[in-house]
Design a protein around this ligand. Structure first.
Ligand code: NAD
Length: 322
């Protein structure tokens, strides 16, 4: 069994490695060749923790396994991140444990890769201004991955707590791109691409604030009740997602579908666009919205990439489990 510790991930796996892995697994999902199994998420009644599993199998890459972990709110006091995750990969032919991979950084990278894939396939080619809503832990990964997808010449950003925006300003400065903190009206009026990455439970961005031609990647809503954009915006947009079943239950589309503004059948798996089975954006004034809910297959895809890279570079630790 191969071990790839958390501390090795940053030196092993790049954002572009993750992009390739996520694009491939989304495509396999749309071909019905890769499947996510039901998610388990439980309050364990200890340390206020939420613990769970996301698992699946990709018959094309043979990635089989699960991501286990969750949220430990008191970890900060112990100098640890509140979100903890570890990815386990199994040999699809024998069921033997193939690898254990640190999953914290990989979670951020695979989530950023998902919105980057949506931008690559759905944003207008001439997109120049990137709008960021949210400035928490995930936001810098999102910003970095998005900046690689188009020739952005400006970043505009909004966060509930303005002080958090410094970290986004630092990434923009690193890339030499002008950065401005704006209100939501200006953000919607200027941005060609908008990423939402917050833990909000009420809509932040209203439909009227978004102009025709915008691409949105709504990445924060991954639980029942969370919401980042007004449901009416989904009715104005063509809605894409990683997995329709999650989009309508725990994703941004839960509200629009629940209110009868759109139907489950209106939502397109982004893999269909990647595979060429759906045209994606068809006009410059169409609003496209990617509802990124986060699936276990993404974790397996990037963990498999990490294992392959660790083996290739001779830094994999092998343990005999027999
Ligand atoms: P974080 O706690 O570091 O940051 C939270 C962000 O949300 C901050 O910018 C905060 O200001 C903002 N926020 C909180 N409450 C708000 C409100 N009421 N209105 C507006 N903004 C508000 O969290 P993070 O690690 O950056 O994660 C952000 C979100 O992304 C979370 O909801 C998390 O569950 C989700 N997430 C999704 C995926 C996925 O695959 N889709 C993966 C990882 C995390």
């Amino acid at each position: 069994m191969i071990i790839v510790p958390e501390r090795e991930i940053a030196g092993l796996v790049s954002a572009s490695d993750c992009f390739v892995a996520i694009e491939a697994v989304f495509a396999a999902m749309a071909r019905d060749r890769a499947v996510n199994f039901p998610v388990i998420r439980e309050a364990i009644g200890h340390a206020d923790a939420l613990y769970g599993f996301k698992s699946g199998f990709d018959r094309e890459s043979l990635a089989l396994g699960l991501k286990s972990g969750g949220f430990w709110p008191q970890n900060m006091d112990k100098g640890l991140t509140n979100h903890q995750s570890t990815i386990f990969l199994f040999d699809a032919d024998t069921g033997q444990c193939r690898a254990v991979v640190g999953g914290n950084l990989l979670t951020a990278l695979r989530t950023a890769a998902a919105s980057a894939v949506s931008i690559r396939h759905l944003a207008r080619k001439d997109a120049r201004v990137l709008g960021m809503i949210g400035a928490g832990h995930q936001s810098t990964f999102q910003l970095r991955a998005a900046l690689d997808q188009r020739s952005f010449d400006k970043v505009v950003a909004w966060n509930l707590h303005p002080q958090g925006l410094d970290r986004l300003a630092a990434v923009a400065a690193e890339r030499g791109i002008p950065f401005e903190v704006v209100d939501l009206d200006r953000l919607g009026a200027e941005a060609d691409v908008i990423i939402t990455i917050t833990s909000s439970f009420a809509s932040i961005l209203k439909a009227v604030q978004v102009r025709p031609g915008t691409h949105l990647a709504c990445m924060g809503t991954d639980t029942k009740g969370k919401q980042e954009v007004e449901a009416a915006l989904l009715a104005r947009a063509t809605v894409f997602t990683d997995e329709v079943a999650q989009s309508v239950t725990i994703g941004e589309a839960q509200h629009a579908v629940g209110q009868g503004l759109i139907a489950e059948g209106d939502i397109v798996q982004i893999g269909a666009v990647i595979n060429g089975d759906h045209p994606g954006r068809t006009s410059d004034d169409q609003i496209t919205l990617f509802d990124g809910t986060g699936v276990g297959l993404q974790d397996l895809a990037v963990a498999s990439a990490a294992v392959d890279l660790a083996v290739r570079r001779g830094v994999a630790t092998t343990v005999d489990l027999t």
